[in-house]
Design a protein around this ligand. Structure first.
Ligand code: AHR
Length: 329
């Protein structure tokens, strides 16, 4: 009898166990998504199309996006800050956009949209230009040290004006409030003032040949007591060169001229003998921006600044022609 009851208990236990819903298998956390360029959509807010440097920078974004097979949403802010902020908000709201990159027109005014992007879980990469503060609200800055570019220009202007009795220099400044305009001016004064250079005129030419020329013409009407001109980009320096010629002065001889960017036009001006020195600012930074964007989506930590590689070029360099022939922009 006892054996029968024990047997029935065992059977009942086995039946009960079999009826018990299977203990849920230990749920593996879903495999972490590994982003690739193919499934990345990046929204890029460009400043506008203000010259040769910007054209090369835009081409770098469009061409390397194609090469890498990523989806690029390109926004042209037409050099209008309000449009750039609106475009930023658009990308935050756009469900297709995974990561946002921006070349900020000015250094301030970004806190709110950066906070909104963070709240929306969209990493932000600064490209080419930095902003003031808010470091915890963007992943990294890919671009140049504009202060150092200014320092290089100041050092070169000191060399060009060595032995000159007067060292009055005019400065053509980029768009007001932008990091290149602020930082290049700061760097230039840091080194230029060490050799007694005095910046006697300084005004924005908004990165353009036309405005660079107009501003220089206005100054020349007031005085011709100028020994050097610092163009914060190539285009403004080209404008100054035209104005000097029309005023009967010989650019790069009577008045030394230094620009920043080192675009093809600057090399041609140096080969023509109308520009003395150009300090490079590298526009081909899109691959580094995309690399940082992908790393950010994959949760990798990144340095706060990813610097671009840059040089300085001289009109009296015997290999200038070869160098110019090998340039990509
Ligand atoms: O931000 C870089 C600057 O922007 C370039 O030096 C200038 O040419 C452009 O407009």
């Amino acid at each position: 009898m006892f054996k029968k009851i024990a047997f029935l208990i065992v059977i009942a236990t086995l039946v009960l166990a079999a009826c018990q819903p299977a203990a849920p298998a230990a749920t593996e956390p879903p495999a972490k998504k590994v982003w690739t360029y193919a499934d990345m959509t990046i929204g890029f807010l460009q400043t506008g199309s203000e010259g040769g440097w910007r054209a090369a920078n835009t081409a770098s974004f469009k061409e390397s996006a194609e090469q890498l097979g990523l989806n690029l949403k390109f926004y042209d802010s037409q050099n209008d800050l309000a449009k750039q902020v609106a475009g930023f908000q658009q990308f935050i709201a756009d469900p297709e956009v995974d990561v946002i990159a921006i070349s900020p027109l000015e250094v301030t005014g970004w806190e709110q949209v950066l906070k909104d992007a963070k709240a929306a879980g969209k990493p932000v990469i600064l490209s080419d230009r930095r902003i003031d503060g808010n470091e915890d609200l963007y992943v990294t800055f890919v671009g140049a040290d504009f202060v150092e570019e200014g320092r290089k220009a100041g050092t070169e202007m000191c060399k060009l004006l060595e032995g000159s009795e007067q060292k009055n220099v005019w400065e053509l400044v980029g768009n007001v409030g932008s990091s290149p305009a602020i930082d290049r001016g700061k760097g230039f004064r840091e080194t230029a003032e060490k050799c007694g250079i005095v910046v006697t005129n300084s005004q924005t030419g908004n990165w353009s040949i036309v405005e660079g020329k107009q501003v220089t013409e206005a100054w020349l009407k007031e005085s011709k007591d100028v020994q050097g001109i610092f163009g914060q980009n190539d285009e403004m320096a080209f404008g100054a060169i035209e104005a000097l010629k029309e005023a009967g002065l010989t650019p790069a001889v009577d008045v030394k001229i230094i620009s920043v960017d080192a675009t093809a036009g600057a090399f041609q001006a140096m080969l023509d003998g109308t520009l003395n020195v150009t300090v490079e600012c590298n526009p081909l930074i899109a691959p580094q921006v995309y690399e940082a964007a992908l790393a950010a989506l994959n949760g990798e930590s990144l340095p706060k600044w990813i610097p671009s590689i840059e040089g300085v070029f001289y009109s009296d360099d015997p290999t200038l022609k070869e160098i110019a022939a090998g340039r990509k922009y």
